[in-house]
Design a protein around this ligand. Structure first.
Ligand SMILES: [Zn+2]
Length: 410
C-alpha cells in the first residue's frame, strides 16, 4: 500500500498520479477502482456491461492534506444495469451520487454531532446545507445496513416542537436500547400509521409495551396496529394535567380575593405560582414559606396542592403500592368538592387502564423526554436546514447510534 493510499484511506483503489493544481491551490489525486471493483452499478453494486463514458472525468472532495484542499479525480463511465438502466459506476471511495469521499462524509457527520455548526463549516470548508445532505446519506446508509425496526419490544411515542413551536416531529424511541428509532414531521394519526406500516405486521405483533401521552388517536392506533401491546400512559403528562387543574384553582382563588376586596391576599396569591408548581422536594426556603402561608390562609387551595402532590407520589412510588395510592386519590377527588379536581378525577378514571399499566410496568417517557431535550438542542443547531429531513437525519445520527467514528479510527 502506497503512502498516498494510506494518507487518503483508500481501499480497492489504484493511485495513478498526484499533482498540485496551481489554480485550485489543491492537491489532485488521479485514481481508478481496482479491477474487481470496476464496472459495477452505482446503485446496486452488481456487475453490469459497459454503457458509455458518461460525462467523462469527475472530482470528489477528499479530506484536506495538511493545510491543502484535496480532490480525487477519476473517470465516471456508465454501465447498463439490468435493474437500474444506464447508471454511473460504483466507486470504492464515495457513495453513489456524492461529491465527497467516505472519509470526508464520516468526518463531517462526526463533527456535526460533536461540535458547533460554524466549526464544522469552517473546518471542512462546506456550506451548512452540504452538511445536511452529507448526514442524510450517512444515516440512510446506516439504516440500510441494519434494520432499525428489528427486535422492538418496548417503545415510547412522543412529539417535539420545532420552528418555534409551529411544527411538530413525532419521535419513537426503543426503551431497551435507549435509541431514537424513528422521527417524522407531523403529529397525527396518519404519521403514526406510517411508522407502524414501516415496522410491518409481524414485528408489530411482537411489541409488548408502548408508552405515550393520553391522546385518543395514539391509543386507538396502537390498539389497531399492535394486538399484543399494552399502552402505558406517561406519568409526566398525567401530572401535568394535575398542575393545570391546580393553576385553575389558584386563579379562581386569586380572582375571588380581588373581588371581595382583599388586595393583600390577592398579591400574596399571585406570587405563589411557582411554590405550587414545583415538586415539594425542590422547594426553596422562600417557596416553603409561601406554601405555609397558603396552608394557613387558604385551606381549599392548599388541598388542591396536596391533591397534585399526591398524584405525583403515585408515579414516584410506582408498582402495586403506587396503584393503591392512585385508588385512594380517586376516592379523595370524588369528594373533594374542588371542581377542576373532580373533573381531573373523572379524566384519570377514564384512562385508568393505561395509567395502571405504566405504574405496573414502570415504563415512562423519561427516556423520550431526555431524547427530546437533546433534540431541542439539535433543533437550534439545525436551524438553517431547509427541510425537516435534515433535522431528522441529525437527530438519528446523534440519538439513533448512526454516528460513524472519525476516519482511520477503530
Ligand atoms: Zn443496479
Amino acid at each position: 500500500m502506497s503512502v498516498w493510499q494510506r494518507v487518503l484511506g483508500l481501499a480497492r483503489t489504484v493511485i495513478e498520479g498526484v499533482v498540485f493544481d496551481e489554480e485550485l491551490e489543491s492537491i489532485v489525486v488521479s485514481v481508478r477502482p481496482r479491477k474487481r471493483s470496476r464496472q459495477r452499478c452505482g446503485r446496486c453494486g452488481r456487475r453490469a456491461p459497459w454503457y458509455d463514458r458518461g460525462e467523462g472525468r469527475r472530482r470528489w472532495r477528499a479530506l484536506d492534506v495538511g493545510a491543502l484542499r484535496c480532490w480525487l479525480e477519476a473517470d465516471a463511465p456508465r454501465v447498463s444495469c439490468p435493474e437500474h438502466g444506464p447508471t454511473v459506476t460504483q466507486v470504492p471511495w464515495a457513495r453513489h451520487g456524492a461529491g465527497h469521499t467516505h472519509a470526508f462524509d464520516d468526518q463531517v457527520a462526526w463533527l456535526a454531532t460533536h461540535t458547533s455548526k460554524s466549526a464544522v463549516c469552517e473546518l471542512m470548508r462546506v456550506a451548512w446545507r452540504t452538511v445536511g445532505s452529507i448526514i442524510t446519506r450517512v444515516v440512510a446508509d446506516g439504516r440500510a445496513a441494519h434494520d432499525p425496526f428489528d427486535g422492538l419490544v418496548r417503545i415510547g411515542i412522543d412529539e417535539i416542537s420545532y420552528k418555534r413551536g409551529h411544527r411538530y416531529l413525532m419521535v419513537v424511541v426503543d426503551h431497551d436500547s435507549g435509541r431514537l428509532v424513528w422521527a417524522a414531521a407531523g403529529h397525527d394519526r396518519a404519521t403514526l400509521g406510517r411508522f407502524f406500516e414501516l415496522v410491518g405486521e409481524e414485528r408489530c405483533a411482537r411489541i409488548r409495551l408502548v408508552s405515550a401521552d393520553a391522546a385518543e388517536w395514539i391509543g386507538e392506533t396502537v390498539a389497531d396496529r399492535c394486538p399484543n401491546a399494552t399502552l402505558c400512559l406517561d406519568g409526566f403528562h398525567i401530572v401535568a394535567w394535575a398542575t393545570d387543574a391546580l393553576d385553575i384553582v389558584r386563579r379562581q382563588t386569586w380572582n375571588d380575593a380581588r373581588r371581595s376586596g382583599q388586595p393583600g391576599q390577592a398579591a400574596q396569591l399571585k406570587g405563589c405560582r411557582y411554590a405550587l408548581w414545583r415538586n415539594n422536594a425542590d422547594l426553596t426556603g422562600r417557596q416553603m414559606l409561601k406554601l405555609a402561608w397558603i396552608a394557613k390562609h387558604n385551606a381549599r387551595l392548599y388541598r388542591a396542592y396536596l391533591l397534585k402532590e399526591e398524584l405525583r407520589a403515585c408515579f414516584a412510588v410506582k408498582g402495586e403500592a403506587g396503584i393503591a395510592i392512585l385508588h385512594a386519590w380517586l376516592r379523595w377527588t370524588a369528594r373533594c368538592r374542588i371542581p377542576p379536581f373532580v373533573t381531573l378525577g373523572k379524566r384519570i378514571r377514564k384512562n385508568l387502564a393505561g395509567i395502571e399499566a405504566a405504574l405496573r410496568n414502570n415504563l415512562s417517557n423519561a427516556l423520550v423526554e431526555s431524547t427530546n431535550t437533546k433534540l431541542r438542542l439539535l433543533t437550534r443547531i439545525a436551524f438553517g436546514f431547509r427541510s425537516p429531513e435534515a433535522l431528522i437525519a441529525l437527530a438519528l445520527l446523534d440519538r439513533g447510534g448512526y454516528c460513524p467514528p472519525l476516519p482511520g479510527r477503530p
